[in-house]
Ligand binder design. Sequence first.
Ligand code: DGP
Ligand code: NA
Ligand code: NA
Length: 206
Amino acid sequence: MGRRGALIVFEGCDRAGKTTQCKMLVDALNKRNIRAEYMNFPDRSTAIGKIISDYLTKKIELPDKAVHLLFSANRWELEPIIRNKLASGVSLIVDRYSYSGVAFSAAKKGMDLKWCWNPEIGLPEPDAVLLLNLKEEVSSKRGGFGQERYEVSDFQRKVKSNYISLKTPLWQFIDADKTVEDLHQEILSTFNTIYKNSNGKPIQVL
Ligand code: DGP
Ligand code: NA
Ligand code: NA
């Protein structure tokens, strides 16, 4: 049997370029015959994901704690798939994960990091978390900012400070204020190191 896949999570405030970079990384790896797939959270295509999507686009209102548990349940509904793919050798490039869950929810009044972290306990732990770091003045000028529920400058500042509280040795901060191609090259070489180092190590849990 070959090696397991690596689990790499991308985090960052809205409009930092995560989705673009995740997809470019998957394409680059597949071209190099490294099996890799893109995943994103929230996954709006599932039954739970549809409720989350309606909430984010402000079609419905829900209490903050209920929404938090839905986001978490959305990760748990895909947990068996994550485990199976990794075991079969596919690396997963994940666009947001539990850290978004906690950083965004805990930015709300009456919510704290510890309460928010609880439902994430037991999910597969990533081999690395790459935080695409972009100054708020730059990200807020990128297209589309401001259309969804959390895309407000004050809120994004709280999210950023929560990310800093969640940082562990698995995290790498990457300066995202550069061209798409330069950022891609940096991420590709970061991936190579993570991929080598994760070989033979069992997946841990959060
Ligand atoms: P995206 O599709 O990546 O733009 O993410 C949608 C929005 O939802 C974005 O503002 C970040 C936020 N978000 C992502 N995951 C979670 C989560 O688990 N909990 C909360 N409260 N917000 C989240
Ligand atoms: Na967004
Ligand atoms: Na995204």
